[in-house]
Design a binder for this molecule. Structure first.
Ligand code: ASP
Length: 324
């Protein structure tokens, strides 16, 4: 075969191999890494969505919890995983904040991943153990200020949503207090229920059922508007702390180099999952809603990550909070 014929044959084979790969995909079980403990808010979202994505893809998605270091351990694991579409990461806003919070991260959040799409944006609620004294949010703020050396706030490590909320709270009320890190707010909730820690700021995907059951006390939300689920709960903004207004957006990622037709296929499965009536209903009960079909795309997640890294960088630098 002449060199030109050989090159033409190779080019044709390359063109053919990519769609062929996607056509057969997925052929086996997919692992979705959640970078926090089982039973916590991120885990809840991942299990809800992955079950419906599995049905659309015709293959099982197994959730693997890799908690620790505010979500950076699990993200780091996926960053170096094989880029074949069989290892995914479901992470939240921490993907953006850890880019600035960590002085030396094993991966670059902006360049180590391919994007599948946005999943949901979850509100946060400041909650406390059931018998915590303050009656309302203004009293809570005063109490924390007056007892800063003895109160304790749980979080899921530097880079977690609960950590970001606590950092914003400390800055807003100009008070430093003790924080207790966990591998996820799932186990932190257990300690809050047991009274081992006093309060935490956590996603409604973990707090809603406990608030409804009256097993914890809720003080304020981080949302712009009051929550439909808890209309009596004030927002932090209406209580004079507007810098605490933010939501916990979640996205699904794949290791850098994962073929585009694979991430597109996964994005389609994500869109199907998010339009499922069961998912919509479950999310409403958890105080949240699915992202739209336009948001559940690689381009939308990429744009969100870029804008959120830029949004949080100056805030974190002003707070002066860093991890190594
Ligand atoms: N989302 C984390 C978890 O699932 C908690 C956090 O980010 O604060 O435990």
């Amino acid at each position: 075969m002449s060199l030109s014929k050989l090159l033409a044959a190779l080019a044709a084979a390359t063109v053919l191999s990519s769609p062929a790969f996607a056509q057969g995909y997925p052929e086996r079980t997919i692992t979705m890494v959640v970078p926090f403990s089982a039973g916590g808010p991120t885990d809840t979202v991942a299990r809800l969505v992955s079950e419906k994505m599995s049905a659309d893809l015709g293959q099982q998605i197994v959730v693997e919890n890799v908690g620790g270091a505010g979500g950076t351990l699990g993200a780091g694991q996926v960053a170096v995983a094989e880029a074949d579409g069989y290892t995914l990461l479901l992470h939240h806003i921490g993907m953006a904040t850890s880019a600035t919070l960590y002085r030396s991260l094993a991966y670059d959040p902006l360049t180590a991943f391919e994007y599948v799409g946005l999943v949901t944006d979850v509100p946060m609620v400041m909650v406390a153990r059931k018998d915590f004294e303050p009656a309302d949010f203004p009293a809570f703020i005063e109490y924390v200020k007056a007892n800063k050396d003895t109160v304790s706030m749980a979080n899921a490590g530097i880079g977690a949503a609960s950590h970001l909320c606590g950092m914003l709270f400390q800055s807003a009320i100009e008070t430093q207090f003790v924080t207790v890190p966990y591998k996820g707010t799932g186990p932190a909730m257990t300690d809050l229920l047991g009274g081992q820690v006093d309060f935490m700021c956590d996603q409604t995907t973990n707090t809603a059922s406990q608030i409804e059951a009256g097993t914890i006390k809720a003080y304020a939300t981080t949302t712009a508007e009051r929550l439909a689920l808890f209309p009596d709960l004030p927002t932090a903004t209406e209580s004079g702390l507007p810098t605490m207004e933010f939501g916990i957006w979640h996205g699904i990622y794949a290791p850098k180099g994962t073929p585009e037709d694979v991430t597109e296929r996964l994005s389609k499965a994500l869109q199907v999952a998010l339009a499922d009536p069961d998912v919509i209903k479950s999310m409403a009960e958890l105080g949240t809603a699915p992202s739209t079909a336009e948001e559940a795309t690689p381009a939308a997640l990429k744009a969100k990550l870029e804008s959120e890294i830029a949004r949080w960088k100056p805030v974190i630098e002003a707070a002066g909070v860093y991890a190594d």
